[in-house]
Design a protein around this ligand. Sequence first.
Ligand code: GAP
Length: 461
Amino acid sequence: MEKETEQNKMDKIISLAKRRGFVYPSSEIYGGFAGVYDFGPMGVELENNIKSHWWKWMVQRRSDIVGLDSSIFMTPRIWEASGHTTGFSDPMAECKECNTRIRVDKALEEIGITADEKMSEEDINKLFEDNKDKIKCPKCGKQNFSKAKKFNLLVKSNLGDFTENNNAPAYLRGETCQGIYVNFLNVVDSMHMKLPFGIAQIGKAFRNEISPRQFLFRAREFEQMEMQYFTRPEDEMVEYKKLKEYRWKAILDLGIKEENLRWKQHENLVFYAKDAWDIEYRYPWGFDEWEGIHARGNYDLTQHSKGCGKEQNYYDQEKNEKFIPHIIESSVGVGRSVFAVLCDAYTEEEVGGETRVVLKLDKKIAPIKVAILPLSKKEELTKPTMELFNSLKNSFVCQYDETQSIGKRYRRQDEIGTPYCITFDFDSLNDASVTVRDRDTMKQERIKISEVENYLKEKLK
Ligand code: GAP
């Protein structure tokens, strides 16, 4: 997509997200707070639907995976053992003219040079030096940068530290999976899990991102949905292949168009990794990472065995063997999923010489399933419409709306992706029927009120 159209699509999605109560910039009345977002009334419904879809696929439909909700704060020793206090960093340079900070690997990527955050400081500086004349400061446009330095992304807190200079900061977790690793033996002991098995969790993660960008794509506070699957060493790659296929299907089941997805294999693997692939989505600026699926060997549990001094071994009773299991993981951001789903569903159509904006969300993740609308605000209509709302609200997520003209209300429901609108009009008083409008086809059907619930159950099945 051309740069201008790219920006145009981004602007349209960000504007709809704000206008229709999906996503607001954090602290907006104080001028904002970079890299942090609030989810509005429609956003929280969409987010919850995406999370419960993931939970259904990753926990409830699987007899071999269990859930967990570990704490955000953990002992700093965990982040030392995992390598985050030393290695969890991105290369950063500062514009000497206006002090704007840039992520050097991303700036290089934008000019077509392959770089990644795992490169050594020396290697990335060489690439940066060689290409400095092609990289401009995004703020002032000058080309006068400091050397690239690795910047650690962990966010520190003063939890439990009552001194002035906080020498052993507790971190806000930088990824949710560490809480899974350190509970591995608890889950084995309490749930009698046998290999291969998985532990899944959804929760907040925090990263001091150098340049949060592209809306929800790279935020400083975000949620992750992570599943760590523990295997015998020899089964790792077989299970890895199965997990990749399973996650692809799960993403398609969110209603995503397959042509907007692709696989990308990591070129620069960390030393312990066996293989690493991302599922990429075609965001307005092009394909970029949505989810990571990695084969991690036995690195994580080995590090925690060393860190805490207790072997994180699995005991296989049948084979009478003790060993550290290997891990494959699937890791995906909730915000990135919300963004991908919004991009995929956003549609503009010409209707009667006007542009209709409609979110063609899969019905199961639409924030509101049924809008219930009296044709006018007259009490003879609003009262029975409210009764209809009350009779349906326990079966479907419904919204009652009586403000503005019916045409405007339909447009509003289109923009939040509501699959069905039900209108109670003056004829309804005589024929005990209502009009049901389909979001995608805009076709309207007259349905007996007594049959509406079954009709919707069938449609939303
Ligand atoms: N445990 C592995 C891990 O955390 P990651 O590639 O750093 O790996 C996994 O993150 C997923 O979390 C990404 O694929 C993305 O969906 C999401 N994610 C990571 N950083 C993010 C950020 N700054 N903002 C929003 N989502 C992010």
